[in-house]
Design a protein around this ligand. Sequence first.
Ligand SMILES: C[S@@+](CC[C@H](N)C(=O)[O-])C[C@H]1O[C@@H](n2cnc3c(N)ncnc32)[C@H](O)[C@@H]1O
Length: 244
Amino acid sequence: MTNSTHFGYQTVAEEEKVHKVAEVFHSVAAKYDVMNDVMSAGLHRLWKAFTIAQAGIRPGFKVLDIAGGTGDLAKAFAKRAGSTGEVWLTDINESMLRVGRDRLLNNGMIIPTSLCDAEKLPFPDNYFDRVSVAFGLRNMTHKDAALAEMRRVLKPGGKLLVLEFSKVWEPLKKPYDLYSFSVLPWMGKRIANDADSYRYLAESIRMHPDQETLKKMMEDAGLERVQYFNLTAGVAALHTGIKL
Ligand SMILES: C[S@@+](CC[C@H](N)C(=O)[O-])C[C@H]1O[C@@H](n2cnc3c(N)ncnc32)[C@H](O)[C@@H]1O
C-alpha cells in the first residue's frame, strides 16, 4: 500500500509528492533568486545573515549545506571556512543545483556539489562540523528521516541549523494570509510565469510544523540543546541543535 502525505493542501501519494516538488523547483530555478528578493522584500538575506552568524564557521571547518539550491549559504560558508575547509553544496534538484554551481563559479569559487536526497545522504557518519538546511525541510517527505540523517553526518559537538518558514505571530496572521494567497501567486505569475508553484509555497508553509513541534522533532532525532529564534515575528525561524 502506498503511503500518503501532503503536497501543500493536497493529499498525495509519497512518490507523487517527490515528483511534484521536483516540478516546482525545475520550474522556478531560473527565476528563484529574483523571486526570493521580490517576495520577501529582501528579508531572506537578513534571515540568512543571522543563520550564517549563528553557524560560527571557522577556517578548516567541514560544512554540509542541504537543499542548498542556488547556493546563498554555501557561498558564505565557503568564504569563512577558507582553503583548508570543505563546504558542500547539495540538493535533490538538478536545475537548482546547476544554477547554484554556476553562480559560485561566476564568483570564482569552486566547491564540491552533490545531487542527493537529504533522506539518504551519501556522506560518512561523524564527518561535518556544521550541517545547514534553509527553506528545504518543508519540502521533504520524511522529515524525521532527513533530520536523523543530518544528525548522523555531524561530528560529535557539531551543530545543525534549520532555517525555515514558521508560524507567524497571531495578530499578523490575517495580513500575512492575504499577502501569501493573493499577492504571492500573482507575483509568481508575473515574474516566473508560474502562479501554482507560489501557491504551493504559501500552502506548504501552513502545513509545516510550528516552532515548538519542529523543536520536538529535532530532539526526537537525537539533537540536544535545541533552541529556536523567531525571525520577523515568526515568518521564519532558525532552529539549532547540537549532536553530543
Ligand atoms: C526553497 S529552496 C531553498 C534553496 C536555498 N537553501 C535557499 O535558502 O535559498 C528548497 C530546496 O529544497 C530542495 N529539496 C527538496 N526536497 C529535498 C530533498 N529531499 N533533499 C534535498 N533537497 C531537497 C529543492 O530542490 C530546493 O532546491
